[in-house]
Design a protein around this ligand. Structure first.
Ligand code: 4AD
Ligand code: MG
Length: 449
């Protein structure tokens, strides 16, 4: 009981119960006889107001201080449960003039709060965001579990650059002595530890494919790393990707159904169970009308036709050879009624080597474009023809014989996808900057906290 959270207390207790809450003070108001404040321990969006007789007010009580408060639950004049304190202890004071960056009763812009990542979890809005990350994670696990998928831990350290985009972070031990002691003759420093170069994963896909050839329906959900020189509102150097891989899939349709159901069911669960948190973190009102609509599907070629007909509406020049810019992705989503939209059958040369050849210059690839973010999911059928795959595997990626073996022994058609978890959160919360969806964002020049 000693460790009950405010959320648990509010669920289980009633008027007259004597309780103890531990948390941080929000919005302290001094009145004639009493001091009023809310205490938050981050467990719920609901507020618990505390009423404290002025004579019992400790000297260092202020907004932001951490406290332990005890007393009976009473009813406020408005009929809400509140706590009438008969004991209070300040654990840690919190003084703005000593450098605490958030003054009481002030609203701060996301950019300002982002400068203090270590204090950000205490803000109402970010607390709600973190609870939603947790709720969404659980909903994802439950959804896949009920669909018969097996969760797999794919490695973070890998020797492949799955996407072949040259966006890998290389991993080298920092210990020069160790390198020296391990090195074989004329070995390059960055190949000593594993006898080859190794990287932080850009995608668990290739390993997931190996596991799908054996467990049939699998998924992985973990950190993913990309060394892109982008500080855009949609890119992180470290993000969380949810990847699914399914064996015996021969058409994109099956894959798209799986993605659409995943996104709808997880979102419905959040809307049902966590609406208070959703409303707390939404930067703008987000419509969930799309939950009851089918996701439209267009081919890349059809999308190009639509965009070409609307060329005059773009500030970025539209040339189908360059693929789609953000503006074009957003336009397509608007065009299809703000419903997440699949774009399929992409030109071969725009996509990675592992995608299945349609035989007409395109590959069986899909991107799902969503409101507010554009691309949120990327996926494809996988090339399972040994000869074709051999032809397309980049020479530089010389460590993929094992991947080719999958097409030689007990091969099956497979397909899979990756969903950017932070982009999904942006989509459902209308959050403009991806850095406000992850506790400790990493982006170029920013990894100090
Ligand atoms: O489209 P991507 O590159 O696809 C893959 O990595 C496949 N191997 C996945 C698979 O089929 N198993 O990345 C998937 C998604 C993107 O649609 C996007 O939502 C997100 O990952 N993403 C990023 N999110 C944040 N920051 C970045 N730098 C991202 N790069 C990709
Ligand atoms: Mg992509």
């Amino acid at each position: 009981k000693n460790f009950s959270s405010i959320s648990q207390i509010l669920d289980k207790s009633g008027v007259g119960d004597v309780i103890t809450v531990k948390g941080w003070i929000k919005s302290l108001r001094d009145q004639k006889e009493h001091v009023f404040f809310d205490v938050s321990d981050g467990s719920t969006a609901k507020k618990l107001q505390i009423l404290l007789p002025k004579k019992s007010k400790p000297e260092d009580l202020s907004t932001g201080a951490s406290v332990v408060v005890s007393g009976p639950l009473t009813l406020s004049p408005k009929g809400q449960l509140e706590l009438t304190a008969n004991s209070i202890e300040v654990c840690g004071k919190c003084v703005v003039s000593e450098g605490y960056p958030f003054a009481p009763r002030k609203q701060y812009a996301a950019e300002y709060i982002r400068q203090y990542l270590h204090f950000r979890p205490r803000t109402h809005k970010f607390g709600a965001l973190l609870r939603l990350r947790n709720a969404a994670t659980l909903a994802i696990y439950n959804h896949f579990n009920s669909e018969g998928f097996v969760n797999v831990h794919t490695p973070v350290l890998t020797s492949n650059d799955c996407e072949g985009a040259g966006e890998v972070f290389k991993v080298v031990p920092d210990n020069k002595k160790l390198i020296k002691s391990m090195a074989k003759e004329s070995q390059a420093e960055d190949e000593v530890y594993f006898n080859q170069k190794s990287f932080l994963t850009v995608s668990g896909q290739l390993h997931l494919e190996a596991v799908a050839h054996g467990l049939s329906k699998v998924y992985t959900f973990g950190p993913t790393f990309r060394a892109e020189n982008s500080k855009s509102r949609l890119h992180l150097s470290e993000f969380y990707m949810l990847e699914g891989e399914i064996a015996f899939v021969e058409k994109l349709d099956g894959l798209m159904t799986c993605i659409e159901q995943l996104i709808k069911q997880v979102t419905k669960k959040l809307v049902n169970d966590s609406i208070e948190d959703i409303e707390k973190c939404q930067e703008k009102k987000v419509s969930f009308d799309w939950l009851d609509k089918s996701f439209p599907v267009v081919t890349y070629k059809e999308a190009v036709t639509i965009l070409s007909q609307n060329k005059d509406k773009f500030s970025e020049n539209f040339d189908s050879k360059d693929g789609f810019g953000k503006e074009h992705e957003m336009f397509l989503v608007e065009y299809f009624g703000k419903v997440p939209t699949f774009v399929i059958d992409w030109p071969k040369d725009m996509k990675p080597f592992y995608m299945k050849d349609n035989g007409d210059g395109t590959v069986a690839a899909l991107d799902l474009l969503g409101p507010n973010v554009g691309e949120v999911v990327g996926g494809s059928l996988r090339e399972n023809n040994y000869e074709k795959l051999l032809e397309k595997i980049p020479n530089s990626n010389g460590h993929l014989d094992w991947y080719l073996d999958l097409r030689k022994f007990g091969s099956v058609p497979t397909g899979g996808f990756g969903l950017g978890f932070e982009r999904y959160l942006q989509l459902i919360l209308g959050i403009s900057n991806i850095k406000d969806t992850i506790p400790f964002p990493r982006w170029p020049h920013n990894c100090s906290l």
